[in-house]
Design a protein around this ligand. Structure first.
Ligand SMILES: Cc1ncc(COP(=O)(O)O)c(C=O)c1O
Length: 403
């Protein structure tokens, strides 16, 4: 039976990605994958979490296995707020935080509760693909702002804001990943952060700061959050334990003005009632016992080596006129190849040679970026990184010869 007639029009935004389809095929074969966004499982604190889970269920099972408040388990929220404050994130009140089922739910909540169809919203171009998908469900106009080694080009944003204003239109929010951007690997400079907040004030918009990576940077870097710099309550900050403890627990949070957090809470109630109570109890203990801190230390050690291996392999193998930012953190970097090289068209050849990556175009608001590819360095081994980048370098050289 063909079920298409039963499917709502609105679900057309959830397009099956050709790339995901390809990755499914790839999974079955032995190829070096730069495509996923998985943490290295050796960073997972398995024994500590096993002990915590056992104790939590045994000692607090009455509560930990029960339903819990939509906004999150109070004791966990208190622990989390202390942790955030001690890491330099400004929290005005404990009521300003809501626990989410990963940051992905935070993005979905923002989309459902803040965007009306035809609203103007802004993202970096490129930006996190799953954020684009979440926002697109609400059918806004999305404006993409280019980035360079210092993050979003806020001078371009200012131009766009002026243009829109002259047309009597305004932007509702700007979504940004300031630190260790996914996919671009860039970090916003202090000047640009300041400029962005000035623009938010001048043009009266909100900033959505998506920050999964600032807790584990590999180099000296200014990780001051927009949330901390914000004097006007214009920043909605979201983050997650996915990369600093375990993505499988599905624990994230949104920190924002109380009035908006209340709206998120009401929307979340109809989505999943609450984030897993058990995960929240485990996360609380992991924070209090220093397990998150240990995971971060390990992640930094493991990923710094892998990032450096990828950077040297790229310098050795990539053709002239390619560009990539050195990521101070995170799991990704993006390579801009010379114009004319189509990374989507090149992918099947790369797979045949034994490497897979994500062609960059889908991270771009306007599907430009055909000459880009996103490379993940957290999951493959150092040897795979060397071999895989070598293969990509050879393929790209062949293509350059032909363009
Ligand atoms: C920028 C960004 N935002 C959100 C997420 C989603 O994270 P979570 O696992 O908490 O849903 C990711 C995951 O990779 C990400 O890179």
């Amino acid at each position: 039976m063909d079920y298409s007639r039963f499917i709502a029009k609105a679900s057309e935004v959830f397009k099956a990605s050709e790339i995901r389809e390809l990755l499914k095929v790839v999974e079955a074969r032995k190829v070096i994958s730069f495509a996923g966004g998985y943490p290295d499982p050796q960073t997972f604190p398995r024994e500590s979490l096993a002990r915590i889970a056992y104790e939590v269920i045994l000692n607090y099972g009455d509560k930990a296995l029960q339903y819990s408040p939509t906004k999150g388990v109070t004791a966990f929220r208190e622990t989390l707020v202390r942790y955030l404050k001690s890491n330099g994130v400004k929290v005005d009140s404990e009521d300003d935080i809501i626990i989410t089922t990963g940051s992905q739910q935070g993005l979905d909540l923002v989309s459902r509760t803040l965007i009306d169809p035809e609203d103007y919203i802004v993202t970096e171009n490129p930006t996190y693909l799953a954020a684009l998908t979440a926002f697109r469900t609400a059918r806004p106009n999305i404006i993409g702002i280019p980035i360079d080694g210092k993050g979003m080009k806020t001078e371009v944003l200012e131009e766009r804001l002026k243009e829109l204003k002259s047309l009597g239109k305004r932007v509702k929010f700007v979504y940004t990943i300031p630190i260790a951007h996914n996919p671009a690997g860039t970090t916003m400079s202090p000047d640009r952060k300041k400029h962005l907040l000035e623009l938010a004030s001048e043009y009266d918009f909100i900033v959505i700061e998506d920050d999964p990576y600032s807790f584990f940077v590999y180099d000296e870097a200014d990780v001051t959050r927009l949330k901390t710099l914000d004097q006007e309550g214009r920043v909605i900050y979201m983050s997650t334990l996915s990369k600093i403890l375990s993505p499988g627990l599905r624990v994230g949070w949104i920190l924002g003005p109380r009035q908006l957090v209340d709206v998120f809470e009401r929307a979340k109630q109809s989505m999943d009632l609450h984030t897993s109570t058990l995960s929240q109890y485990i996360a609380k203990e992991a924070l209090e016992r220093g397990v998150v801190g240990e995971t971060i230390d390990k992640a930094k050690r493991v990923y710094r080596v892998k990032r450096d291996a990828m950077l040297s392999a790229l310098s050795e193998n990539m053709v002239e006129n390619s560009w990539w930012a050195k990521p101070v953190g995170g799991l990704f970097l993006m390579v801009w190849l010379p114009p004319g090289i189509d990374t989507k068209a090149m992918l099947p050849e790369a797979v045949d040679e034994g490497v897979v990556y994500v062609p960059g175009a889908s991270f771009f608001v306007d599907e430009s970026g055909k000459n880009t590819m996103r490379l993940n360095f957290s999951y493959p081994s150092v040897d795979e990184i060397k071999t895989g980048v070598g293969i990509l370098g050879r393929l790209v050289k062949k293509k350059v010869g032909k363009t």
